[in-house]
Design a protein around this ligand. Sequence first.
Ligand code: GLN
Length: 198
Amino acid sequence: MKIGVLALQGAFIEHEKMLSSLGAETTEIRQKKDLAGIDAIVLPGGESTTCGKLLKDLGILEPLKGLINNGLPVFGTCAGEILLAERIDGKSSTYLATMPMYVKRNAYGRQLGSFDTTADFKGIGEIPMCFIRAPYISSVEDGTEILAEVDGQIVAARYKNQLAISFHPEISGNTAVHQYFLEMVEQTDTLNIRQQAS
Ligand code: GLN
């Protein structure tokens, strides 16, 4: 099982370390050709506007969107969650727009921009959650399951092969959400997805 980690900017090394500690092989995605042969992809936190622009400029956006729509498992954290959202509050443009949910960027304001808490994650239990100028999910559409909420706001959701969270498990030292994602990948017939896309 080979997990691609989008490595254009942001917290990609921390994800690679966490996935490796769980026994998964990782590969960095920097160009369109790097998408070949991956079984899943992680979209790390960073700056969604910068990352989204790079995805477009490098010609990765459209092929990646096709793979995700074909069922490639994807795990978006923070800025990665924004890249997946079908709508971004206050913005007319979107990026991958593969996941039926609305998100609000920098949703916690300047003062509360970064904070740590613990909350329940469906199917896992109570885990630490570290928020850094985070978005939250302002609403989900039919078929998107809410997995975690903090103070009444949605901070984790899943839609079929897509997992999106507002916080940063890669820096908390808690591997549970990465493990959850690897189990999603194990349950997917990724060879079939790649064949359909080519
Ligand atoms: N505020 C960033 C954005 O809007 C996300 C921050 C993060 O990924 N930690 O893209």
